[in-house]
Design a protein around this ligand. Structure first.
Ligand SMILES: [Zn+2]
Length: 63
């Protein structure tokens, strides 16, 4: 199991990404729930789960 931290480049939200290489996932995409930015495309070779750990600091406002 691989655990990594991912930060959304658009809104600054933080995620814990968990990858289970021994399990097959499904093909698809994961988008930031706060702003909709594409964070990752899944190829289905591993099961990947995202959990929001840091809320975006400023909602709806961008530099
Ligand atoms: Zn975002």
């Amino acid at each position: 199991m691989k655990k990594t931290d991912v930060t959304c480049s658009e809104c600054g939200a933080g995620f814990r990404r968990i990858e289970l290489e021994t399990q097959r996932g499904s093909k698809g995409e994961y988008h930031c729930p706060a702003c909709g930015e594409l964070l990752e495309k899944f190829d289905g070779n591993a099961l990947v789960a995202y959990r929001l750990t840091i809320q975006p600091s400023i909602k709806g406002v961008r530099d």
